[in-house]
Design a protein around this ligand. Structure first.
Ligand code: NAD
Length: 252
């Protein structure tokens, strides 16, 4: 773990989808720098993840109004919209209900959470909203119609909320990672290995990392460090941006 020494003591951060992967990595980095962390997830691993960070578990599906509604009554200084999933299929075979679900989880829920936390942030004159988007908020790939649409939308949402919140000490940015070593990517690896008739290591090297100059997956903590900087006082003038972190892959 790198020590960037940002003091987040007294601040409370809500991170969605924090039971594993990037969300957990982000929550870990924020907690290590003094934030009280609230971890949301619908997975069984949530309680253990929250315990390991001395954090609070906020269980449930983030598209459920019953999970979002109580957020309005909490002092949230930092909101990290991270929960997400992937579905890969050609447009003609893409199940409409899965397309809608991708938008619900990765675009509508972040919108509703922004609505829930903004009044308190504005009143206190401080807030940080970080939307974990993707390189796929800026470029497209085949077979990812739902994911790419949701992430492009999330970057648009980031910019609108940033403009509205700007006079109130609240910054809103997106973090746009390339491939990060998480269960989401490991699942894609397993599927690609079958399709390409390769082993998981070969598919990583020959398919996923082929266009990545650094030839490695990012770590969830690396996404956490960028998020941490955007949460700092030092980043107070940075807003309405989408920061790519992808080992040189996309150059966007
Ligand atoms: P992951 O599968 O490891 O973690 C996602 C977490 O979100 C899971 O714990 C899951 O249970 C939770 N989740 C899913 N739907 C939810 C819901 N409706 N309510 C509450 N929790 C829910 O995946 P990850 O790779 O850590 O992805 C996290 C975010 O980062 C996603 O938004 C993803 O699109 C984005 N991202 C990932 C990569 C990557 O390469 N891994 C790259 C760019 C962006």
């Amino acid at each position: 773990m790198v020590n960037l020494a940002v003091d987040l003591s007294g601040k409370t951060a809500l991170v969605t989808g924090a039971g594993s992967g990037i969300g957990y990595g982000v929550a870990q980095v924020l907690a290590q720098n003094g934030a009280a962390v609230i971890l949301n997830d619908l997975s069984a691993g949530l309680a253990g993840a929250a315990r390991s960070l001395n954090g609070e578990a906020w269980p449930g599906d983030i598209t459920d109004p019953g999970v979002i509604e109580p957020v309005k009554d909490r002092k949230i200084d930092i909101l990290v919209n991270n929960a997400g999933f992937q579905h890969i299929a050609p447009v003609e075979d893409f199940p409409p209900e899965t397309f809608r679900r991708l938008l619900e989880v990765m675009l509508v829920a972040p919108f509703l959470l922004c609505r829930a936390v903004l009044p308190g942030m504005k009143e206190r004159g401080f807030g940080r909203i970080i939307n974990i988007a993707s390189v796929h908020a800026k470029i497209a790939s085949v077979f990812k119609a739902g994911y790419v649409s949701a992430k492009h939308g999330l970057l648009g949402l980031t910019r609108v909320v940033a403009l509205e919140a700007a006079p109130h000490g609240v910054t809103v940015n997106a973090v746009c990672p390339g491939y990060v070593d998480t269960p989401l990517v490991r699942n894609q690896l397993a599927k690609l290995a079958v399709e390409h008739n390769l082993g998981p290591d070969e598919v990583l090297e020959q398919v996923i990392l082929r266009p990545v100059p650094q030839k490695r997956l990012l770590t969830p903590e690396e996404v956490g460090y960028l998020t941490l900087f955007l949460c700092s006082e030092a980043a107070g003038s940075i807003t309405a941006q989408g920061y790519t972190i992808d080992g040189g892959w996309s150059q966007v």
